[in-house]
Design a protein around this ligand. Structure first.
Ligand code: PXL
Length: 276
């Protein structure tokens, strides 16, 4: 069984970050170690959330594992609490990245719909761009790609705008990009870009009328799980997109659904059917 480590916060309630990454990746048959970077009472879309930074634990945890000779097939980072914490995570990634073994995946979770999440300042995207530049695969949405590349965010855009964004991400050092929430020529979906060949492969899917918090984390976790189960980059992207859409649909159809996250639990059996 492959083993990954995922580095992101614990939002104790709210269905995001580690509370979705652990169940999804484990259910997909991949051992999932964690480095929790902060403990929050909820995600930051709630009012009055508490937050305890665990910055001082990250290096000691990594050092213990090094002494034990632990290696990883994958390193997946998600929401990180500060620019300083990103520096710490960069050092951990450097220590654990084994050539030709460890795949590094960075979800630069920090913004959506043209806005940064509440906890971040203008320094944050610069630090995140540095982490993305080190990764094998990055998973930004359009807003995150704009913030990291200094591109003006547009609600409506054409294919040329997407190409500019992808080339600017490549200039940061991002080798492979899965760009999320792409909306061009009436098509909606995700695309997989390989900077070496400058070629992208879109996967268009249904756009549902509601959006929910935490779906980026569900996409990223499923993508990592599929990749570790030896699916190709494009197939992993498609499995992640299909599962995320199913989670949203199930939640929209549930009159008792919570506002703060999606019912990803109900769709896990469907997801596992994609992994024979
Ligand atoms: O889903 C991304 C995420 C993860 N963790 C925390 C968040 C968010 C998004 O707002 O606030 C704490």
């Amino acid at each position: 069984m492959k083993r990954i480590v995922t580095i992101q916060d614990i939002s104790c309630l709210g269905k995001c970050s580690l509370t979705v990454a652990l169940p999804i990746i484990s259910a997909m048959g991949v051992e999932t170690a964690i480095i929790p970077t902060a403990v929050l009472s909820t995600h930051t879309m709630f009012q009055n959330f508490t937050c305890k930074d665990l910055d001082d634990q990250i290096v000691p945890i990594a050092s213990h594992w090094k002494k034990e000779g632990i290696q990883f097939d994958g390193i997946y980072t998600g929401y990180l609490a500060s620019a300083q914490q990103i520096q710490t995570v960069i050092s951990v990634m450097d220590r654990f990245k084994e050539k030709n073994k460890t795949v590094t995946v960075v979800d630069p979770a920090m913004a959506d719909n043209g806005k940064m999440y509440p906890a971040f300042d203008n320094e944050f995207p610069k630090a995140m761009a540095k982490l993305c530049g080190m990764a094998d695969i990055v998973l930004p949405n359009i807003t995150e790609a704009c913030f990291m590349t200094g591109t003006a965010y547009a609600e409506q855009y054409d294919e040329a705008y997407v190409r500019v964004l992808l080339r600017r991400l490549a200039a940061l050092g991002c080798g492979k990009v899965i760009l999320k929430g792409v909306n061009v020529n009436g098509n909606y979906g995700v695309l997989c870009y390989d900077s070496a060949s400058d070629v992208y492969t879109p996967y268009w899917h249904e756009k549902l009328s509601k959006s929910y918090h935490g779906t980026g984390d569900i996409f990223a976790s499923t993508f990592v799980g599929a990749l570790m189960r030896d699916k190709s980059l494009t197939e992993s992207m498609q499995i992640a997109a299909d599962y995320t859409v199913s989670c949203i649909r199930i939640t929209m159809e549930n009159p008792n659904a919570n506002w703060y996250g999606v019912d990803f639990e109900s769709a896990i059996p469907m997801l596992l059917k994609r992994l024979p």
